[in-house]
Design a protein around this ligand. Structure first.
Ligand code: PMP
Length: 453
């Protein structure tokens, strides 16, 4: 009973049931092959989140090209999920596909640099204005390694995260606030340590709490996204990033900016567009156009302090690296992505179409008098089924309406549109067309009208 996101819960349940039936009818082949679980995999899927989607069973994909996914039943979907940012530049961008084909005949991993590595080093320096880089395979790993550097150079154990953050499956970031108290994230499996001993957690946009948490000078590193994107989207308030930088500098705390999602802002990420000055910088997901790769960069000062630190250590395992990291396939794909895909022209187009999407969604919300709002960071757009803007992680958590979001998600799939599964996130790629934006806005308007009726 009751209302969820301004909508009667019974109406949401009825829509969900109707749409589930429509979904099933359109996908007999998917249902036959994934509906009872895929043999050989725990839980019936190779990655648990494939069953966490709100559809009755996973869509079995035949192929994806540009911003379109085709399933084995022949249904075409306008893809605004784009692998939750991994394929933010479209599926198989032509320059990346060419680079992969070329590298396929030249060896895939050899623990030695290729000529593409020479180009990528220079491209990263120029693009992100940091002098020293390392390559890893996931954003999770890049964050882990960068945090290790921060602890090494500060000689401090603790890190600080903002409530509602996500930085991948990095153990020490898996904390949150419950009623103002830091706790291990409740869903965390097999964790016996009290992670709050090594991590402080404060609310985003709360400079008083941040100042208090840093004043004892026992925090090695603040790790944050420029904008919180992993719950409902929360923008920094004016002056927040300046104060964050000032407070971290004053207390000798490293600042790690995780651009993995906010690279939607522009070719150099939110950092470049807004003039942030991180000591450590992380970017994963789309940096190699969909091939698993991530990069992490250090400022001049951080790098020289780390170099000095290493000289004091016995040689041995640093706790960084994985065997396949910095392989030539990653370099070929990264080079193609940086040189030919993450271009100013592509970003201008993404931004233009994302603004069109934002306007269309806002108009549909207003037309149907829904208490919802829309947020956008460049090519990344989100509708939130609660009033906004949201100020911090606690408000973002409270704004979630899982049952409503799930019903909308399935209803959009049935109207030919795929958005991200666990929040209402939509990405505009260079391959996304004006017609696709039009179809998403129309589908959203149709579902909104049904819910508001
Ligand atoms: N950082 C941020 C900001 C993320 O959103 C994510 C994943 N959603 C990660 C890091 C981790 O990326 P990966 O799962 O590819 O390691």
């Amino acid at each position: 009973g009751g209302m969820i996101g301004g909508i009667d819960a019974r109406r949401i349940a009825a829509l969900r049931a109707d749409e589930a039936e429509i979904f099933r009818r359109a996908r007999p082949k998917s249902q036959a092959r994934t509906g009872n679980g895929i043999a050989g995999f725990f839980g019936g899927v190779p990655m648990h989140w494939m069953t966490d989607w709100p559809t009755p069973f996973p869509i079995l994909v035949d192929s994806a090209r540009g911003a379109t996914i085709t399933d084995v039943d022949g249904n075409r979907l306008d893809d605004f999920c784009l692998g939750d940012t991994g394929s933010m530049f479209g599926h198989s961008p032509a320059p990346v596909a060419r680079a992969i084909r070329r590298q396929a005949g030249r060896g895939l991993t050899y623990m030695l640099p290729s000529e593409d590595a020479l180009a990528v080093g220079a491209l990263l320096q120029e693009r992100f204005s940091l002098p020293f880089w390392q390559i890893a395979t996931t954003a999770t790993d890049a964050n882990r390694f960068a945090l290790r550097v921060a602890r090494a150079i500060t000689g401090r154990e603790k890190i600080l995260v903002f409530n509602g953050c996500y930085h991948g499956s990095v153990d020490e970031t898996m904390v949150r606030l419950v009623d103002g108290k830091p706790v291990n994230r409740p869903g965390l499996a097999g964790e016996f340590r009290d992670l709050t001993r090594g991590a402080k957690v404060v609310e985003f946009n709360d400079l008083g709490a941040l100042r208090a948490a840093l004043k004892d000078r026992d925090v090695a590193c603040v790790i944050t996204e420029p904008v919180l994107t992993n719950s409902c989207m929360v923008l920094p308030e004016p002056g927040f990033h300046e104060a964050l930088r000032r407070l971290t500098r004053e207390t000798g705390t490293s600042l790690l900016i995780d651009e993995t999602h906010t690279i939607s802002t522009g070719p150099g990420g939110y950092t470049k567009t807004h003039g942030l000055e991180p000591d450590l910088f992380v970017l994963g997901k789309p940096i190699a156009g969909g091939v698993a790769a991530s990069v992490w960069g250090m400022s001049e000062e951080t790098a020289s302090r780390y170099a000095a630190y290493i000289r004091t250590k016995e040689p041995g395992y640093s706790g960084m690296g994985t065997t396949l990291s910095a392989n030539p396939l990653q370099f070929s794909a990264m080079r193609a992505t940086l040189e030919e895909v993450m271009t100013a022209e592509n970003y201008a187009r993404m931004d233009r179409l994302a603004a069109l999407l934002e306007r269309g969604l806002k108009a549909a919300i207003a037309r149907n008098r829904l208490p919802w709002h829309v947020m956008r960071v460049g090519a990344r757009v989100e509708f939130i089924c609660a009033p906004g803007p949201l100020r911090d992680g606690a408000e973002a958590e409270a704004a979630h309406a899982p049952a409503l979001e799930a019903a909308i998600h399935v209803a959009l799939v049935n109207r030919g549109v795929l958005i991200a599964p666990f929040h209402n996130m939509m990405l505009v790629s260079p391959a996304t067309t004006r017609a696709q934006i039009g179809r998403l806005v129309a589908a959203f308007g149709d579902v909104a009208a049904k819910l508001a009726a």
